[in-house]
Design a protein around this ligand. Structure first.
Ligand code: ATP
Length: 242
């Protein structure tokens, strides 16, 4: 059973068609890397899945339910599909722990005491046990991004979306954030990420989707896409970035 299915998803900003009939099936535990040139629609696709952008046509089926139907309350869906952005967006006046507790307290309506054991365990799992009580400006960029991931995981999502989460980091901090993704993958989290980290995509993804002008031009195992791309445009993109 596929748990997320996109059928002919279309999205335009004015006359600019940014997603042009995207079909994509996402299996439980699968890691999909979206690759493609700047402006090809990767971020917009992730935002549509998180209901931050409405789609114009098509369906987004989560366990068979069309979550893109106008008028649906996005909140319960966002609980199930978490998203992490390039900018960590942590509240500067709150500790890392309080940042992570905020949404579950409000949305899941659980008390701090109820949430503490599992949230502390999340910090520990991602090597942040000694940083929980620090404020964002006391943390490195890599640590802040890992806190942002922990904050999203605290909502116990079934699917995680990551939008260029290492792009703002100094090169020496990228590895620690990619390690979190590797760990989530071994734990069976379903993930879709937009990334320019080709080496990581090649090593860690189950499926690579190459986006070109709002279309998935080709998709497949990294070994196929990276070694024998079928389309000239994929080839040309890879020759520029590898
Ligand atoms: N809110 C918006 N309003 C108007 N146009 C937008 C908006 N968001 C994105 N676009 C346009 O949609 C297209 C796709 O942008 P998108 O950010 O999805 O690409 P991307 O593949 O993620 O690029 P990058 O790798 O640079 O992040 C671009 O032409 C962009 O200018």
């Amino acid at each position: 059973m596929k748990n997320l299915e996109l059928c002919a998803v279309t999205k335009a900003f004015g006359t600019n068609t940014v997603l042009d009939g995207i079909d994509l099936s996402v299996s439980p535990g699968e890691m999909i890397c979206l690759i493609g040139a700047s402006g090809s629609g990767k971020s917009t696709l992730l935002k549509c899945l998180n209901l931050l952008e409405p789609i114009d046509d098509g369906q987004i089926l989560l366990d068979g339910q069309d979550i893109a139907e106008p008028g649906l309350d996005p909140q319960p869906i966002r609980q199930r599909i978490g998203m992490v952005f390039q900018s960590y967006n942590l509240f500067p006046h709150m500790t890392a722990l309080d940042n992570a507790l905020l949404a579950p307290r409000r949305v899941l309506r659980k008390t701090r005491a109820d949430l503490l054991p599992e949230t502390e365990a999340l910090f520990a799992r991602f090597g942040l046990a000694d940083r929980m009580h620090h404020y964002p400006d006391q943390l490195s960029g890599g640590q802040q991004q890992r806190v942002a991931i922990v904050r999203a995981l605290a909502m116990q999502p079934e699917i995680m979306l990551f939008d260029e989460i290492t792009s703002a980091l100094d090169p020496e901090l990228v590895g620690e954030v990619l390690d979190v993704l590797r760990q989530l993958r071994t734990e069976g989290m379903t993930m879709i990420l937009a990334t320019h980290e080709m080496a990581f995509a090649r090593e860690a993804a189950d499926t690579i989707c190459f986006l070109d002008n709002g279309r998935i031009l080709e998709q497949g195992a990294p070994s196929d896409i990276f070694t024998a791309p079928r389309h000239a445009r994929t080839k040309s993109f890879l020759s520029r970035v590898l």
